[in-house]
Design a protein around this ligand. Structure first.
Ligand code: G4P
Length: 530
C-alpha cells in the first residue's frame, strides 16, 4: 500500500492551455528536455510548411524523429512522474480539447506577453475554473517587446476573474530584457539565451542587496524601474497562499521565454512543488481517494481511426485510483461486464509501449472494439461505482445537414447518430417537429469536415451542410418551465438534443440575457448534463 501511495503522490498530471502561437509546443519541448526525454542539441529550424495542418505534437515528432503523437506525454523529472495532456489547438480544436481538461489535475496557462489573454485561452480557462483546479500562468516571449507587466496581470484578473500572484517579475522586454526578479529570494536572475545549448546553462543570480553588481549588469534605468515596481508590487499584489492556488482562486504567475529557454526550469520546479498530487474524484458513492481505493478510471476521449480499413478505436482513460495491472480483470460499469483491457498502452515521449502497470494520475489508451463511451467508469468487480459524467460542452458552430440522396435517410440517421455517440459532433432537432431536420453542432469547424468524410466513407452517404448563424447554446436547467411558453428574442431557436433535452440557440450573446429577463424562473447553462 505504501508503494501505491508513493507512486501516486509523485505524479503530476496537467494540461497546457493557450491560444495558438503563444508557445505551448515550445514550452512542452523544453519540459521534455529537462526530463531528459529528448535531446535538443542542434535545435531544429524551418518548420514544415504544413505546420498548422497537423497537431503540434505530431510536428515535434516529425522534426525530432521521435514518437510523441499522443494524448499524453509522460516523463520523469526530479523524482516526479509527469503526465502532460495534449489539448489540441489550431484546426484540431474540438470537444476533445475540453474533455482532456477533465482528466487533468491542474493547468498551465501560457500567455504571449505581447498579446495578453486571447480567445482560446479564455475558453479553456473557463472549463478549468469550472472544475476549480489549480491554474499556473507562464507569461511567455519576454525576449520580444511585451505589454506592461501590471496591465498584463490586470487583464488576467479582470478577463478571467482569478487573482494573480507574481512569483517573479520581468526586467524589461525585447532587446532590453535583462532577466527576472525572484521575489521570494530577492534576487535577480540574469537573462541568458540558451536556445542552442541543452539545458538552462549557468544562470547568474544577483541579490538586490548587491546594488553595485546589479547596477553594473542591468544598468541604471532598468534598476530604477525595477525598484519602483517592486515597491508597487509588494504593496498591491495578492499574498501568496497555497490553499487559494490549489482551490483555483489564485494563479501564481511566472515570466520567461520558452524559445530562449529562460525561466522555464524556474517555472517547472515551482510548479511541481505548488501543484497538486492526483485529485480525488466524485462518484455516486462519494469521493474516491486515489490511494485508498482499488483501480478505477474513466474514459475521457475516444479516438476513431480515420483509416477505413481499420475501424478500431482507442479509448483514453484517466486512472483515478489504485494501481492498474494489465493481467487483472476490471469491470466496465456502463457495459455491466467484467473484462480485461485490451492492449493497454502508455504513450511516452519517446515510444509507445504496452504497459504492465500504471497508477492513479496516469493516462492509458486501450484498444476499443466499440464498447466504450465518453464518461464511462472502469473499476473492479469488488468495488463498483460510477464517476460523475463529463459535461457536454457548448458547440460554437452549427449547420443544417441533409443527405443528398433522399433514399438514404436510414443510413444517414445511423451515421450521424453513431458519430454523435462517439462524441465527435452533437445533433439537435427542431423542438416541436419530428425527425426531419437535423442540426449539427460542433466545437471546432474541422469536425464538419470529419463528419462529411466519415459519412461518405463509412456510411456511403453524401451530405450537404448549410451553415447556420447561431453561436450561443444554452441548456435549460429549470425543470418546471414549459419550454413551449418561453418568450425569446427574434434570433432565438428552440431545439432538443438526442436525449430530448430542450435547448435554446442564439445568434447574439445579448439575447441570452434578454431571454432570461423575459422569463421569470428560467435558468440556463452553458454545459449540458450527462
Ligand atoms: P503553440 O504551440 O502555442 O501554437 O506555439 P509554438 O510553441 O509553436 O510557438 C509559436 C511561435 O512562437 C513559434 O514561432 C515559436 O518559435 C515562437 N515562440 C515560442 N516561444 C517563444 C519565445 O519565448 N520567444 C519568441 N521570440 N518566440 C517564441 P514560428 O515562427 O511559428 O516557428 P519557428 O519557425 O520559429 O519555429
Amino acid at each position: 500500500m505504501s508503494d501505491l501511495r508513493t507512486e501516486v503522490n509523485r505524479r503530476r498530471t496537467f494540461a497546457i492551455i493557450s491560444h495558438p502561437d503563444a508557445g505551448k509546443t515550445t514550452l512542452t519541448e523544453k519540459f521534455l528536455l529537462y526530463g531528459g526525454a529528448i535531446n535538443l542539441a542542434g535545435s531544429v529550424k524551418g518548420k514544415a510548411t504544413a505546420r498548422h495542418a497537423v497537431s503540434d505534437w505530431m510536428e515535434i515528432e516529425k522534426e525530432r524523429g521521435i514518437s510523441v503523437t499522443s494524448s499524453v506525454l509522460q516523463f520523469e523529472y526530479d523524482g516526479f512522474c509527469i503526465n502532460i495532456l495534449d489539448t489540441p489547438g489550431h484546426q484540431d480544436f474540438s470537444e476533445d480539447t475540453y474533455r482532456t481538461l477533465m482528466a487533468a489535475d491542474s493547468a498551465v496557462m501560457v500567455i504571449d506577453a505581447s498579446k495578453g489573454v486571447e480567445a482560446q485561452t479564455r475558453k479553456l480557462f473557463k472549463v478549468c475554473s469550472m472544475r476549480g483546479i489549480p491554474i499556473f500562468t507562464f507569461i511567455n516571449k519576454l525576449d520580444r517587446d511585451a505589454n506592461d507587466t501590471f496591465e498584463l496581470l490586470d487583464e488576467v484578473e479582470k478577463e478571467l476573474g482569478i487573482a494573480t500572484c507574481p512569483i517573479n517579475w520581468p526586467i524589461g522586454s525585447g532587446k532590453g530584457f535583462k532577466g527576472v526578479y525572484d521575489r521570494d529570494n530577492q534576487e535577480v536572475v540574469i537573462f541568458s539565451d540558451t536556445e542552442k545549448g541543452t539545458k538552462e546553462g549557468h544562470v547568474e543570480r544577483i541579490s538586490t542587496s548587491d546594488e553595485e553588481r546589479l547596477l553594473a549588469v542591468i544598468g541604471e534605468e532598468a534598476y530604477g524601474k525595477l525598484m519602483d515596481e517592486i515597491e508597487l508590487l509588494d504593496g498591491a499584489s495578492a499574498e501568496f497562499d497555497l490553499s487559494e492556488v490549489q482551490a483555483g482562486k489564485l494563479t501564481p504567475v511566472f515570466f520567461g521565454s520558452a524559445l530562449t529557454n529562460f525561466g522555464v526550469e524556474i517555472f517547472l520546479r515551482n510548479f511541481l512543488m505548488m501543484t497538486t498530487t492526483p485529485l480525488a474524484r466524485k462518484a455516486d458513492i462519494g469521493v474516491i481517494d486515489p490511494c485508498e481505493n482499488d483501480f478505477s478510471a474513466f474514459v475521457f476521449k475516444i479516438q476513431a481511426n480515420m483509416n477505413k480499413a481499420h475501424r478500431d478505436r482507442i479509448a483514453f482513460m484517466r486512472i483515478c485510483s489504485g494501481k492498474f495491472e494489465a493481467e487483472r480483470e476490471v469491470f466496465h460499469m456502463q457495459g455491466n461486464k467484467a473484462m480485461r483491457l485490451s492492449q493497454p498502452q502508455q504513450i511516452m515521449a519517446s515510444e509507445r509501449k504496452i504497459l504492465d502497470e500504471a497508477y492513479a494520475g496516469d493516462i492509458i489508451g486501450v484498444f476499443d472494439p466499440g464498447i466504450f463511451s465518453i464518461g464511462d467508469t472502469i473499476c473492479t468487480s469488488k468495488n463498483k461505482f460510477l464517476y460523475d459524467g463529463i459535461p457536454t460542452f457548448a458547440p460554437e458552430h452549427f449547420a443544417r445537414v441533409r443527405q443528398v440522396d433522399t433514399m438514404k435517410r436510414k443510413q444517414f440517421m445511423k451515421g450521424v447518430t453513431q458519430i454523435a455517440q462517439e462524441g465527435a459532433i452533437q445533433i439537435f432537432q427542431e423542438f416541436n417537429t419530428g425527425m426531419e431536420e437535423i442540426i449539427v453542432g460542433v466545437v471546432g469547424v474541422l469536425q464538419f469536415e470529419v463528419l462529411k468524410y466519415r459519412l461518405e466513407n463509412e456510411y456511403n452517404v453524401e451530405i450537404r451542410l448549410e451553415p447556420l448563424p447561431y453561436e450561443h447554446i444554452r441548456w435549460i436547467e429549470s425543470k418546471d418551465i414549459d419550454v413551449a411558453k418561453i418568450v425569446g428574442t427574434s434570433d432565438m431557436k428552440k431545439v432538443k438534443d438526442m436525449r430530448g433535452n430542450p435547448l435554446l440557440l442564439f445568434i447574439n450573446s445579448w439575447s441570452v440575457g434578454m431571454t432570461l429577463d423575459r422569463n421569470e424562473g428560467l435558468v440556463l447553462s452553458e454545459f449540458g448534463r450527462e
